[in-house]
Design a binder for this molecule. Structure first.
Ligand code: AMP
Length: 191
């Protein structure tokens, strides 16, 4: 199963992807997690990424494509993957289409987790307390929300046009949202 998960920062994407990876037996590939690991390890990529991430901006598309291309070719991604955090703009969406085409691994579904802005801000404030992410400060969150609205929201339309999009309500408990996603995946594998 090859899945793209879409949703605003704080929509619960990462939490849902972590559950889905267990249930579906395919890896959770989060560009944010990969980048934070690179920052932690002090690699060249990490050094470049840190200040951009702390400002809430996006890394250059070519860097992200190299990162995702390498990760998607790892043996564990053979049976499929759950992509979280990529693609983040229309250019990345087109690059991903081209890459998956070349690898002969077309996407099965793009799932958007839909939550209202108020709830997103509450969730991020909670996460900031728990995880101490340096990009969860109020100013950076505001910037990340703006980047999402301007650059990532059009990606939802891209998948709608390709007939791959399913929208799922992101409100309620983690299990409620997961049940909705599982139902969407089931419906997708039936049609
Ligand atoms: P996330 O954990 O997905 O919210 O990502 C945290 C930060 O990593 C983002 O605010 C960006 O600075 C960077 N990032 C993650 N994914 C991408 C991407 N696909 N393109 C560019 N920058 C990204």
């Amino acid at each position: 199963m090859r899945i793209v998960l879409l949703g605003a920062p704080g929509s619960g994407k990462g939490t849902q992807a972590a559950i889905l990876t267990e249930r579906l037996g395919v890896p959770h590939i989060s560009t944010g997690v990969l980048l934070r690991a690179a920052v932690e390890a002090g690699t060249e990529l990490g050094r470049k990424a840190k200040s951009i991430m702390d400002r809430g901006e996006l890394l250059p598309d070519d860097i992200m494509l190299d990162l995702i291309e390498e990760r998607l070719q790892a043996p564990d991604a053979k049976p499929g993957f759950i992509l979280d955090g990529y693609p983040r703009n229309l250019s990345q969406a087109a690059s991903l289409d081209g890459l998956l085409d070349r690898l002969d691994k077309p996407l099965d579904i793009a799932i958007q987790i839909d939550v209202d802005a108020e709830q997103v801000i509450r969730r991020i404030a909670k996460r900031a307390e728990k995880e101490a992410r340096s990009d969860d400060s109020e100013e950076t969150v505001r910037k990340r929300m703006q980047v999402y609205e301007e650059q990532t929201a059009p990606v939802v339309d891209h998948y709608a046009r390709n007939g791959l999009l399913t929208q799922v309500l992101g409100e309620g408990s983690i299990e409620d949202v997961n049940q909705r996603i599982m139902a969407a995946l089931k419906a997708d594998s039936i049609d």
